[in-house]
Design a protein around this ligand. Structure first.
Ligand code: FAD
Ligand code: 2HG
Ligand code: ZN
Length: 478
């Protein structure tokens, strides 16, 4: 009888699989080193048909499949479990930009296309793919869609979901679902693609996408502001949006402590200011006729004392240097030590309250903890990370982490927010999903999972726990 391994090798051919320990190493560990697993084999198909055959073979053998894009995710979703029986399905060889439709403002790409390459292809056609984040040089469009990624331009263009016009997805029985339409209006039945966006590989494997593009925003002005409080940033954003007729492309908040981490750990990173400010905003505005609009609006904010200092980039090189400071935060934080990650969102109108009450809460829960707060304040999403003293043992760290996270998430919940704004749930936040989603929501999620993945082979153990009573004991993977 052919084993699963032999069958998979036959489907993808000699260049499409590996069991080599060295080649597998970067695929077995989450990039921060928090999660690590083992695998039977990593397969790298080249088309949806091969993905379908792989899924069929795994379904017949009862083997779990872990779809993997750039493995830049924050919640351990792309890493297999420790059984050594799960199959990693890497989308890396399905990386083509199939077409850019200039008249339709859309493009069709394969799931393994690196986000930066998709952006470049849109730009080369005179258009703009606005999804953008620090990991864009390695994350893939399929991974972005599977996590419903956010990034720096959400305030103006929405999350990955808002950019998806159509999808090609391989289902749990190996069927290739072709919903690759590129329409802005389509009310023919249920909008099936929405099920797979943000499902983190647990409902289907995305193999291609049709994406919404925008006109090139033209010249962008980048500025960094020194401000006194995060609350002031929310007010400045509100005023700039009005003054600039909503032409704010990005509005990122960074605390001095975070800035300090970047200048300490990232080679060549320097502050553009001579003095330190408690908080900074990095903003990008579409000029729409010239940079004067932004400069005038910033002068008004400086005069009113809401902005303490401002540096406007004079050219693209200076703008890139400012963005490098922002995009290096995750790496600087990793180098600094293990942080307790909180990727939260609250309605913008509650942001000031969250920050004020969050400070008080942290001082009460753990006065010796360090807050590493930054993020996409323009869309109500903060990375409210907490660094605990290095002296804690691992078990103490875990217990304290749970206690502090619960306090923060309770506050977020009270303010109508979410404990997972843009990174998803993966394996890191499954327990929190159970606590902060209602019984009705969880019930429907479980029903969907069972319907779309009746044998529990699609990224088992991620996002939501489902009991599969019909499976025999040795097949139950939760
Ligand atoms: P992976 O990490 O490989 O996978 C993520 C999840 O999606 C896993 O559950 C995996 O199984 C599933 N998956 C991957 N591909 C597919 C597919 N084709 N079909 C079905 N399921 C699939 N995230 C943000 O939202 N905003 C940010 O600003 C941001 N900044 C970041 C900055 C840095 C420096 C880093 C390292 C990460 C950042 N992230 C950010 C997190 C991460 O980049 C995103 O979550 C990204 O969307 C993940 O893409 P990926 O290709 O690396 O997916
Ligand atoms: C970012 O905005 C990413 O830089 C990473 O979403 C956030 O490291 C983090 O906590
Ligand atoms: Zn982020």
């Amino acid at each position: 009888m052919t084993t699963l391994l032999e069958e998979l090798k036959g489907i993808v051919g000699p260049r499409g699989w590996t069991t080599d320990a060295r080649a597998l190493e970067p695929h077995l560990t989450e990039w921060r080193g928090t999660y690590r697993g083992r695998t039977l084999v990593m397969v790298e198909p080249t088309c949806a048909d091969e993905v379908g055959r792989i899924v069929k073979a795994c379904a017949a053998a009862g083997a779990g499949i872990v779809p993997q894009g750039g493995n830049t995710g924050m919640c351990g979703g792309a890493v297999p479990d420790s059984s050594g029986q799960q199959v990693i399905l890497s989308l890396g060889r399905m990386h083509r930009v199939r077409a850019v439709d200039v008249e339709n403002f859309s493009m069709e790409v394969e799931a393994g296309c690196i986000l930066a390459n998709a952006q470049e292809a849109a730009k080369a056609a005179g258009l703009h793919l606005p999804l953008s984040m620090g990991a864009e040089g390695s994350c893939q469009v399929g991974g972005n869609i599977a996590t419903n990624a956010g990034g720096i331009n959400v305030g103006r263009y929405g999350t990955a979901r808002a950019l998806v016009l159509g999808l090609e997805v391989v289902l749990a029985d190996g069927t290739v679902l072709d919903s690759l339409r590129s329409l802005r209006k389509d009310t023919a039945g249920y909008d099936l693609k929405q099920l797979f966006i943000g499902s983190e590989g647990t409902l289907g494997i995305i193999t291609a996408a049709s994406l919404r593009l925008y006109p090139d925003p033209g010249e962008l002005t980048t500025a960094m502001l020194g401000i006194d409080s995060a609350g002031a940033a929310v007010e400045v954003l509100r005023r700039l949006k009005v003054a600039l007729d909503n032409r704010i492309e990005a509005f990122e908040l960074v605390s001095q402590r975070v800035f300090g981490l970047v200048t300490q750990h990232i080679a060549g990173a320097r502050s553009p200011f001579e003095v330190e400010y408690p908080w900074y905003v990095l903003l990008e505005a579409a000029s729409g006729g010239g940079p004067e609009g932004l400069e005038k609006a910033l002068t008004a904010e400086l005069d009113a004392g809401r902005v303490l200092d401002a540096v406007v980039a004079k050219n693209e090189t200076e703008a890139a240097e400012l963005w490098r400071l922002r995009h290096s935060i995750a790496e600087a934080e990793r180098q600094d030590g293990k942080a307790l990650k909180h990727d939260i969102s609250v309605p913008l109108s509650r942001m000031q309250e969250f920050l004020a009450r969050g400070d008080e809460l942290l001082a009460e829960l753990r006065p010796d903890a360090r807050l590493v707060a930054f993020g996409h304040v323009g869309d109500g999403n903060l990375h409210y990370n907490v660094v605990l003293p290095r002296t804690l043992r691992d078990d103490e760290w875990a217990a304290e982490g749970t206690r502090i996270s619960r306090g923060i998430y309770d506050l977020v919940d009270e303010l109508g927010g979410s404990f997972s704004a843009e990174h998803g749930v993966g394996q890191a936040k499954r327990a929190w999903l159970r606590e902060y989603r209602s019984g009705a929501e969880l019930g429907l999620m479980r029903q969907l999972k069972k319907t779309l993945d009746p044998a529990n082979i699609l990224n088992p153990g991620k996002v939501i726990s489902v009991s599969y009573t019909h499976l025999r004991a040795h097949e139950t993977r939760y």
